[in-house]
Design a protein around this ligand. Structure first.
Ligand code: GLU
Length: 490
């Protein structure tokens, strides 16, 4: 269904602050955001905090942090439902006066026993309507129930799922205001969507059963109906609803695991939406291409491998200077920084050199650490396998050749390595691996000449000499130091 290409679109993101911003919520926020931007409309942020027991300030802060990390700004709000209680009461009483709602003083016990009776008879456990025609004393404790119209077919065109119809006979006379005057979820949502002039309600399909409950309330309040779009579920790889069992579901956990927000946004948008077979989208492209016509109705499956792949792509293509502050956040505080770590240009070189082989910022930080910190930890396995007495001899030869260099450049290093290789009848790889372990402490790193250039002459030579010493220690000492120093693992 084509949407108007003007600024009349008003959408909302309406989280309940009962936890962090999870991936499903972030996708709902993103789709609303993109639709608002695409049609130059308005995104309203509404915090649905009427569940006082479960709503917390920390969750509100966590949701706002998540949105700001993903760079999903809104145009109006945040509006808090707890600040609008008078308005819900006003409209609840308006419905009461019009006979479209009624007071109910049924006790919990009565409701419970009716419920059980209905269940025993195999009937849906609905309110039996006892108070529909009674006049309940307004000064006694009571709730206000909506008088759901009888025998009404509720039909709406879901922008994603097509035409859906429900029979009002299956709906309860739902409570709209509780005994303490608090609105219930379905009532507050409708009052807000009306007051905030929402034109399109785009939310997860866990709300699809609420829509037929909400439509008669819109009608009773004589308000135009918004369009509805229910986004398909997100499944875990085992095709059950995505949950903590499948790994992290909180947006901020992905930041802590070293993901870039652009990668997560790019990943989330493809959970349900597609644009031809394009996988990578800039923000501008998303705003320009996004529409609901290309949101599918079948559930999408969360694929952590693909998210990692996207993250690696965004890391590789981010300029070093943008990565440096993020790299600093991921690194443990440097104890004794290398002299070159004082130079901002060194950090940029390190980030640029290593970003292409890192899937996350955490990995980038691990690769970068030996080029920023004075001492580096040697992986015990690498020490045992690579820093053997035989390789100690190789390292000694390399150290001698490197010391004689008048210049520390890619070309001079390459020449030194070929001379040693020729003399010892060893290939470059055979020379490079012990040097790599000596300088970085790890068996995986960028090319050996880049490593030596990044570490610099002094640091490289000192580390190679230290490795020569270590390679001559008997293996039992190594075993001991492995057992005694678990922290050698980084
Ligand atoms: N507050 C609801 C939630 O967080 C969303 C309500 C809506 O979008 O209508 O699930």
């Amino acid at each position: 269904m084509p949407l108007p290409k003007d600024s009349s679109i008003r959408v909302r993101f309406a989280p309940s602050p009962t936890g962090h911003l999870h991936l499903g919520g972030a996708r709902t926020a993103l789709f609303n955001f993109l639709l608002a931007r695409h049609y130059k409309g308005t995104l309203v942020l509404r915090i649905e905090d009427t569940d006082r027991e479960r709503s917390t300030q920390e969750s509100i802060a966590a949701i706002l942090d998540g949105l700001s990390w993903l760079d999903l700004g809104w145009d109006e709000g945040p509006f808090y439902q707890t600040k609008r209680l008078d308005r819900y009461r006003e409209l609840g009483h308006h419905l009461l006066e019009k006979g479209l709602a009624y007071r109910c003083d049924c006790t919990q016990e009565r409701l419970e026993s009716r419920r059980e009776e209905a269940l025993k008879k195999g009937l849906p456990p609905r309110y039996d309507g006892r108070c529909r025609e009674r006049s309940v004393d307004p000064s006694s404790p009571h709730v206000i129930r909506f008088r759901t119209p009888e025998n009404l077919a509720i039909v709406f065109d879901d922008l994603i799922r097509g035409t859906l119809s429900f029979d009002s006979g299956v709906l309860d006379d739902l409570i709209i205001l509780r005994t303490d005057g608090m609105p219930t979820y379905n009532f507050a949502v409708v009052v807000d969507d009306i007051d905030m002039k929402i034109t399109h309600v785009i939310r997860g399909d866990d709300h699809i059963n609420n829509t037929p409950r909400q439509i008669p309330i819109f009608q009773a309040l004589e308000a135009p109906l918004p369009d509805f779009a229910h986004l398909p579920m997100i499944y875990g790889p085992d095709r059950t609803r995505l949950s903590k069992r499948h790994g992290a579901t909180s947006v901020m956990a992905y930041r802590d695991m070293g993901f870039l927000p652009q990668a997560l946004v790019n990943y989330l948008v493809r959970l349900g939406w597609s644009h031809k077979d394009q996988e990578i989208f800039s923000r501008e492209e998303l705003v320009s291409y996004f529409d609901l016509d290309h949101v599918g109705s079948s559930p999408s499956v969360f694929n952590p491998e693909k998210l990692l792949w996207l993250n690696a792509h965004y890391l590789k293509n981010s300029p070093g200077e943008e990565l440096v502050p993020l790299l600093r956040e991921q690194l443990p505080p440097l104890t004794v920084p290398l002299p070159q770590s004082q130079d901002p240009a060194h950090w940029i070189r390190v980030a640029d050199e290593l970003k292409g082989r890192s899937k996350t910022l955490v990995e980038l930080a691990q690769f970068a650490h030996p080029f920023l910190e004075h001492s580096r930890t040697i992986d015990p396995e690498a020490r045992k396998k690579i820093l053997t007495p035989e390789n100690g001899g190789v390292l000694e030869q390399i150290s001698l050749a490197l010391r004689s260099l008048s210049q520390w450049t890619g070309e001079s290093l390459r020449n030194a390595f070929s001379q040693v290789g020729e003399a010892l009848h060893l290939k470059l790889g055979e020379l490079a691996q012990p040097v790599r372990v000596a300088v970085t402490g790890r068996t995986v790193s960028p090319g050996i000449f880049e490593v030596l250039l990044l570490a610099g002459r002094e640091v490289s030579l000192a580390r190679i000499d230290e490795a020569v010493r270590l390679s001559q220690e008997p293996v039992s000492d190594i075993q001991e130091s492995r057992n005694g120093k678990e922290d050698l693992h980084d």
